[in-house]
Design a protein around this ligand. Structure first.
Ligand SMILES: [Zn+2]
Ligand SMILES: [Zn+2]
Length: 366
């Protein structure tokens, strides 16, 4: 997505995540992993001096070494200007007054956060980096205190500022309180820190969101966007729970675009992965049942997925028939008898369909 499009995203969390993901790709930080960052920035004497600062020149050298080493492991596509780009971003984050010196700790943390690792690997690395009493090498005596967590969160809050997003989304103090809720000692162990941060606290929600966006970037859904008519939908797919058969692509959804029938207030669900026909049917049933026959409502749970191609095709065909039938709106107010007949016909088709799906899916229920 172009930067202009990104600015149209209404939800600030997604906007931040999309922008940071673009920065990550642009600077090729997605090629780097945190173990390499640790090797370059926190080896030997650097580890002892991790509370101290690096000059801009030293930092540039370290960044160049980082990319040099990355190049060795991968087929060389590294942008020669990547390290300069990152250097200027790091200066924006941690040397806004232009002293020419940057602290190692926040620099390493920002690089880890923007690296290509999974969120869990990043969280672990951040704990190891900031924890007190840490002798290195994943020492079990390491503890995160309120003070060190505060520092970590303040340092990480600088990251969204490079893409022009506010860092006051959530106050640091309330995040620290939520992490230390129920903690009996001054410092918490890695386990407690991880369980808190994996619950996706608001203050860092952009981090897992960013990861989700990268993971779904290449996912295609074989459906058409009901708003802009794009086919297929690539990336995140949104499905309205109120409108029938209404899919929205991520650009339309996040920009708040909607159509005449579908309103922004409607509940939607977000799909990161492609859904199978069975899952589609399951979802459809959940939507239709209350409207169809409340008395016969049965909760369909745990429909076992069968890799029976024929069955899937059958369901798909039935589904499209049902869609056609359901394109009719329920008549309200005075109606001609023709409309009533049509609606009645559609309703019968739906009931027949529902019964048929039961026949197909119920034997699969445990
Ligand atoms: Zn669209
Ligand atoms: Zn809708």
């Amino acid at each position: 997505m172009a930067i202009n499009t990104l600015n149209n995203i209404e939800n600030s969390m997604y906007r931040t995540a999309f922008k940071l993901q673009s920065v990550q790709t642009l600077c090729q930080l997605d090629l780097i992993d945190s173990s390499l960052i640790e090797q370059v920035f926190l080896h030997g004497s650097f580890w002892e001096a991790r509370e101290s600062s690096l000059s801009v020149h030293q930092l540039l050298q370290a960044l160049q070494e980082l990319f040099q080493r990355t190049k060795e492991g991968k087929s060389g596509e590294v942008n020669p200007r990547a390290s300069e780009l990152i250097l200027s971003l790091l200066q924006m984050m941690y040397d806004s007054t232009g002293t020419g010196f940057l602290k190692i700790l926040p620099v390493a943390a920002a690089l880890i956060v923007l690296s290509g690792d999974s969120p869990l690997t990043k969280y672990r690395a951040l704990f190891q980096l900031y924890a007190e009493n840490n002798k290195g090498n994943y020492d079990s005596g390491a503890r995160m205190t309120r003070k060190t967590l505060r520092n970590l969160l303040k340092d990480l809050q600088q990251i969204p500022t490079i893409v022009g997003e506010s860092r006051t989304l959530c106050p640091v103090e309330s995040a620290v309180r939520s992490c230390f809720k129920g903690a009996l000692s001054q410092g918490i162990k890695e386990e407690k820190f991880l369980s808190w941060i994996q619950s996706e606290p608001l203050i860092l929600l952009w981090l897992p969101t960013c990861h989700r966006l990268s993971a779904t970037e290449m996912v295609t859904h074989p459906v058409r966007c009901s708003v802009c008519r794009t086919f297929p939908i690539v990336g995140l797919r949104y499905r309205c729970l109120k409108c029938l058969n209404f899919d929205i692509c991520q650009v339309c959804f996040l920009s708040g675009l909607h159509s005449k029938s579908h309103q922004k207030s409607h509940p939607v669900i977000e799909h990161c992965v492609q859904m199978s026909a069975t899952e589609n049917t399951k979802l459809l049933l959940r939507m239709l049942r209350p409207a169809l026959a409340p008395a016969e409502r049965k909760e369909i749970i745990n429909i076992k997925e069968r890799n029976d191609q024929l069955e899937e095709e059958e369901i798909q065909e039935l589904l499209s028939k049902l869609m056609d039938a359901f394109n009719l709106e329920k008549p309200s107010g005075p109606q001609s008898s023709v409309n009533k007949d049509l609606y009645g016909g559609a309703e019968r088709v739906c009931k027949a369909f529902s019964a048929l799906v039961d026949k197909i899916t119920l034997p699969n229920l445990k």
